[in-house]
Ligand binder design. Structure first.
Ligand SMILES: Nc1ncnc2c1ncn2[C@@H]1O[C@H](COP(=O)(O)OP(=O)(O)O)[C@@H](O)[C@H]1O
Ligand SMILES: [Mg+2]
Length: 172
């Protein structure tokens, strides 16, 4: 299965989600590959043609490589995970992201994940309602705002959060 973590907005937690979920999948014993279309290369690439899960971290911009990846997703078992934060600008970007998914025929493979926020705060609840209005499903799980994530520390808490993410969206 191919898991593409995509949002043309930067700073929404794409690389963090990619890195932590790849580590957790490996801890659980799965074979994983990781590719990165981001020139800044924040994520460690792992080459593994026989991987059960192929993860893709993408550049927070509208690049040729991102287009290639979206087009390729069309004909394979793929999920496009779109982390979205609760800010105003994050909402504007969602419309643009959806236009692209529509243009490349992969909107039905998309899932929103609320990112870098608290699951039960008002701004999260309001953003969830907005996102649901687009017709794209929104994960129940939210990537919580946690120092352990920003400091790249694997802790019981980050592992538990990744398990929740993987169980809801990846390990089916
Ligand atoms: N859940 C989180 N809690 C706290 N900080 C986070 C979280 N996710 C990401 N960050 C921090 O936010 C910044 C942007 O995250 P990053 O994963 O690089 O986003 P993107 O790849 O979308 O640009 C980084 O400094 C990262 O450490
Ligand atoms: Mg990144």
């Amino acid at each position: 299965m191919h898991i593409i973590i995509f949002n043309t907005k930067g700073g929404v937690g794409k690389s963090t989600l990619c890195e932590y979920s790849s580590r957790q999948l490996q801890r659980l014993g799965y074979a994983v590959s990781v590719s990165n279309t981001d020139q800044q290369q924040h994520v460690n690439n792992i080459k593994n043609d026989g991987a059960q899960y192929h993860l893709y971290d993408t550049a927070g911009a509208f690049t040729e490589q991102n287009v290639k990846l979206l087009k390729a997703a069309r004909n394979v078992d793929a999920k496009i995970i779109i982390p979205v934060c609760t800010g105003k600008n994050d909402a504007y970007e969602v419309d643009f992201v959806l236009e692209q998914l529509q243009a490349y025929g992969v909107k039905d493979k998309a899932w929103f994940v609320l990112s870098k926020t608290r699951a039960n705060c008002l701004s999260t609840k309001l953003r969830r309602i907005e996102l649901l209005g687009t017709g794209v499903p929104v994960a129940k799980w939210t990537l919580p705002l946690l120092e352990d994530f920003s400091e790249q520390r694997d802790t019981l808490r980050t592992c538990a959060e990744m398990n929740k993410f993987l169980n809801e969206l990846v390990l089916l």
